[in-house]
Design a protein around this ligand. Structure first.
Ligand SMILES: Cc1cc2nc3c(=O)[nH]c(=O)nc-3n(C[C@H](O)[C@H](O)[C@H](O)COP(=O)(O)O)c2cc1C
Length: 223
C-alpha cells in the first residue's frame, strides 16, 4: 500500500473479531514501528503486549476495580478534563456520532458507562498494548511515544489489522500496574487495541472529520 492509502485507511476500530493475531505478526509490527524517530534517539517507549490469560485477567480485574472506584487517574498522570473551543465541539461531535451508531441515547449514563468500559475489554481485540514511560522524562518524550503509536497503527493497517489508541488505560492504572508488573517509576500513559476489525459492527462505520489545512496551518514566507 502507498503510505497515503494507509493513512487514509487507518481509523479507530471499536469492535474486533476474536481471531487471534500471531505473535510473529505482532513482533514484526513492533519491529518496523520502532523505526519511529525520537528526540536524541533515546527511544523512551516501553510496551506491554497482552494476550490470552493475562489479557483476560487484566480485563476482569480492571472492570471489577472500576465498579468500586470511579477513577484513579488523578494521582498517576497529569491530565485535564477542561477543554475550550474548538476542542469541546469536536469532542462532542465525535461522541454524538459514535453513540448514535451504537444506538445509545443522549443522557443514558448507564449505557455510556458500559460502553466506555468496552475500552477495558480492548473492544474484544485479542491483543492489547499498554504503553509506559519513565516518569522523569519530559513532555518531549511523550511525543516520541506518539510517534511509535502512530507507526504501530500504520504498520498494522498495512498488514490488514486494525487498532484503537486508548487513553482510557491511564485510568484504573493501579490494577494494570499490579498485573503487568509496571514499576512505580513509570507512567502508564496509553493503551491500544490490536486485531481484526469486525466489519459488520455499526460502530466501525464511524468516520471522524478533519478540519481543513487552512484552519490549523499558518504559512510564512511563501510567494
Ligand atoms: C492518544 C489517543 C488516545 C485515545 N483514546 C481513546 C480511548 O480511550 N477510547 C477510544 O475509544 N478512542 C480513543 N482514541 C481514538 C480517538 O477518538 C480517534 O483517534 C479520533 O476520534 C479520530 O478518529 P480516527 O482514529 O478514527 O481517525 C484515542 C486516540 C488517541 C490518539
Amino acid at each position: 500500500m502507498h503510505i497515503d492509502d494507509v493513512l487514509r485507511a487507518r481509523k479507530s476500530v471499536r469492535a474486533f473479531k476474536p481471531d487471534p493475531v500471531p505473535l510473529d505478526l505482532v513482533t514484526e509490527i513492533l519491529e518496523i514501528a520502532s523505526l519511529a524517530p525520537s528526540g536524541t534517539n533515546i527511544q523512551p517507549w516501553k510496551v506491554h503486549v497482552v494476550a490470552g490469560d493475562v489479557r483476560r485477567r487484566l480485563e476482569e480485574e480492571v472492570l471489577a476495580h472500576r465498579e468500586t472506584q470511579p477513577s484513579d487517574a488523578s494521582a498517576e498522570f497529569p491530565r485535564t478534563s477542561k477543554r475550550k473551543e474548538p476542542y469541546t465541539s469536536r469532542m462532542r461531535k465525535l461522541g454524538k456520532d459514535m453513540y448514535s451508531l451504537l444506538g445509545i441515547p443522549k443522557g443514558d449514563q448507564t449505557a455510556n458507562w458500559r460502553q466506555w468500559g468496552r475500552n477495558y475489554q480492548f473492544f474484544d481485540a485479542p491483543v492489547g498494548l499498554i504503553f509506559t514511560i519513565d516518569k522523569d522524562l519530559d513532555a518531549m518524550s511523550f511525543l516520541d511515544i506518539g510517534m511509535l503509536m502512530q507507526s504501530i497503527m500504520l504498520a498494522a493497517k498495512a498488514r490488514g489489522l486494525d487498532t484503537c489508541a486508548q487513553g482510557a488505560w491511564n485510568n484504573y492504572w493501579t490494577a494494570t500496574r499490579r498485573i503487568l508488573g509496571v514499576p512505580e517509576d513509570e507512567y502508564i500513559i496509553c493503551g491500544m487495541s490490536l486485531g481484526f476489525a469486525d466489519e459488520n459492527a455499526p460502530v466501525n462505520t464511524l468516520v471522524s472529520e478533519r478540519e481543513p489545512v487552512s484552519s490549523f496551518a499558518t504559512f510564512h514566507g511563501f510567494e
